[in-house]
Design a protein around this ligand. Structure first.
Ligand code: BJW
Length: 240
């Protein structure tokens, strides 16, 4: 039994140069994420919301994975047991570092979703209000393939199944402010997994973790991955 589930948040990409959401610098042109990342905000002011995502999509071309992304990709490649990296991030830094067992529960900046025909597809440049669907060719119906507040995160069944089987749950670089991700530590604990938080500072849910390590992800994650790969031991006996 050596099954690992890793949850990552904006903090793992901070040292690559991508802003987090809830730090002092977390505002985008004076807007809180809660004010732009909702279906209501998109209906009210699509130009503003497209500008927010177009700017962030463009920024992806200027940043690179850091040592924390690289260490998790190494763990993914070398870990013989089950492993799933569940990222809340919409950037592509985990895959650019080489991670394979990965899912994006809050969607991806580099994908579009046509609300006319429900197709989802890769999207690299600016999207804007006039974007045309690559499948049904409807104009003005393409939105970022991003999970906004009030919408259901992706692949919840797969995440639940992985948490149910987890021996170790590790949360990296997330404030624990947004559900359902903030509740994964409790689900994993309930199923008997050991839990570890790696963050710059205690998250909102820090008291729920068995172990906590505080420092920059680019330092703490490679150290932890090295320990896990050297130990290669079952992490905790399964509950009877
Ligand atoms: C470092 C570091 C370094 C910095 N090294 N660390 C009332 C109570 C409870 C829940 C709700 C409620 N009202 C509404 C809800 C539900 C709502 C919710 O949680 N709201 C809260 C605000 C209360 N959730 C939803 O609506 C979700 N859907 C949903 O619940 O559906 C129903 C459902 C029911 C049952 C089961 C399942 C579903 C959808 C949430 C969608 C979130 N979307 C966003 C934006 C879209 C993506 C984008 O534009 O990028 O996703 S919001 C934003 O927050 C983004 C992030 O993925 C998410 C989490 O943020 P994250 O990653 O934690 O970033 P920060 O900035 O908060 O924290 C960074 C951390 O890193 C900090 O702690 C730093 O210290 C640390 N750090 N540098 C290590 N170098």
């Amino acid at each position: 039994m050596r099954n690992i589930v890793i949850l990552t948040g904006a903090g793992i990409s901070a040292e690559s140069g991508l802003q987090t959401f809830r730090a002092a610098d977390g505002l985008w042109e004076g807007h809180r994420v809660e004010d732009v990342a909702t279906p209501e905000a998109f209906a009210r002011d699509p130009e503003l919301v497209h500008d927010f995502y177009d700017a962030r999509r463009a920024r992806l071309g200027e940043v690179m994975p850091n040592a924390a992304h690289v260490a998790l990709a190494r763990l993914d490649a070398e870990w013989a047991g089950q492993l799933l990296i569940v990222t809340q991030n919409v950037d592509d830094l985990h895959e650019r570092a080489g991670a394979k067992r990965l899912l994006h529960m809050h969607g991806e900046l580099l994908r579009g979703w046509c609300v006319a025909c429900d197709a989802r597809f890769g999207w690299a440049g600016a999207m804007g209000e006039g974007a045309t669907c690559l499948h049904c060719h409807s104009p003005g119906k393409v939105r970022p393939d991003i999970v906004w507040f009030g919408e259901m995160p992706y692949e919840m069944d797969r995440i639940d199944a992985a948490l149910m089987n987890a021996d170790l749950f590790v949360s990296i670089g997330t404030s624990g402010a947004v559900y359902p991700a903030a509740g994964f530590v409790q689900t994993a604990t309930y199923r008997g997994a050991r839990t570890l938080e790696i963050n710059l500072e205690p998250s909102q849910g820090s008291i729920f973790f068995d172990e906590r390590r505080y420092g920059p992800a680019s330092e703490e994650v490679p150290k932890w991955v090295e320990e896990v790969l050297v130990a290669k031991e079952p992490l905790k006996p399964p509950p009877i």
